[in-house]
Design a protein. Sequence first.
Length: 181
Amino acid sequence: MKTTLFSLIMMLFFGTSVFAQEQKTPDSGLGFGFQINQFQDDFAFGLNLTSPEILNGNAAIRLKANQSYFEHLLDGEYVWSGYQNLSLGFVGFGGKVGQGIRLYGEGGLVGIFPSEKFSSEKFRMSTYGTFGFEFFPTPAFNYFIELGVMTSRARADKIAGSPFFSNGFVASVGFRVNLKK
């Protein structure tokens, strides 16, 4: 499984690099997209909205909404209980690798809305930080990969052992459509 995932990422990387040779700069208007995430051991998917670039094209503001699933035992069976999170972050663009790959860092606040099936909390505020790579096959479209951390320390206190959820290592992949400014 890991070998297959690594192969797919490498094909995406090299395939995007070939198409990106013609591209000069990404469109810097409003961006919107879709992502698949892993928050510690929790699977998630969601939507993202990125502001037009600010500070001479060096930064943006990003809003993300995710539907997440925490796997746990309930009445002797493993189940996935859904919960949501909403994040608002500042994105700083750190430079380009070649013409079609842009590096960035992102950090901000995240609000977590746990399920009553596994947590007695209704809401938890936290922070997150990621580093990412955007691959631009065209100025109006990009794929991205993000790796980072979420510092929620959220616990599933209704589950034996009170395991952490939505805490620790974060990985995201997805795409964005970027509208012209």
